[in-house]
Design a protein around this ligand. Sequence first.
Ligand code: BGC
Length: 394
Amino acid sequence: MLEFPKEFLWGASTSAYQVEGDNVSSDWWEWEKRVNLKYPSGKAARHYEFYAQDFDLAKELNHNCHRLSIEWSRIEPEEGRFSAKELEHYKQVILSLKARSLKPIVTLHHFTNPIWFAKAGGWRNKQAVQYFLRYVEKVVGALAGDVPFWVTINEPMVYTYFSYFLGTWPPQERSILRARQVTGNLVKAHIAAYHLIRDIYQKKNLEYPQISIAQNMQAFIPCLPSLKNKISAYFRHKFYNLEFIDKLIRKHSIDFIGMNYYSPSWVGKVNCANQPALRKNSMGWDIYPQGLYDLLMGLKKYNLPVFILENGICTDNDALRWDYIREHLESVNKALLGGVKILGYVYWSLLDNYEWDKGFAPRFGLVEVDYNTYKRTIRESARKFSEVCKTGRL
Ligand code: BGC
């Protein structure tokens, strides 16, 4: 039997655009319409209306924290016009988490932007950081005190990769130069937001919250153990997993390392006979729990607590979901024993949701959503996970 620390945080994550529905002022919404996307987000999981019932489920599943995001385009649907109604909505969302003793972990940017911001050049605009800070000030001003954990930006590397390098997500740009420019602005945005959030808490005489980003990390594995592959895996790890965080650490503007881990990435894959046949999720991503352990151990050198803010599987095989969770928790436990300070484990996702350009087919939820009736059904894997949340034992 494996034991987790008493104060360990257990929960699940969502993001506004993927669950709320009807985010009509968001650049993703505009893009879905403009390119006639096969799978538009529509009502998503209607979490905007049903959040209280959804949090009842999280509570029933013995979670003690919950990660969600604020949709910027709701708060500021037009440049400079802030919606008091939407700020109040999120205030109620946070309060309803607190009422259920679920610690809120709040993300300020999870891939989507207001349409006006995107039209003004999005994250390439020189003003982008200033725009973001104005929004952050409003949100944090309204919610400070009730939020112990802030995540400024979700997966900056994933966002720039799909939106500015591969060009499959809005604004569909394909340029290394622009991707670098956007990454640079995201670094600046985080650092400035970090200090702004702390200033707001200080002015209100509140205890400082814990602030970070959610960094997507992949386990880069050489397919054949050649020197070339090993060097390449090393540099990819350094560049993709660590560079962004290194920059924040250098500026003393990160309190813990928020990490999202799903799968490995094979290096030197062409004609690779060595690649083991691993189990896969329904989008074809390999399952490799050892990767989580290796990454966690690699983060030990920073001497900062780590918070696993996403880890999960889309599958129609719920037994495999539980295997995935159990095996990744084994890795977390091993890393704890190896001396890594880990604050908690947050599964992606509480609910089945809108998986971006892949639509609604991938099922990541601990809770199943019927997209015809919006009925929620707790999956068996969620029940098994809830035992771990309750007892701190696996
Ligand atoms: C993102 C989520 C996404 C999940 C599964 C993460 O990279 O933060 O928005 O749904 O992965 O693809």
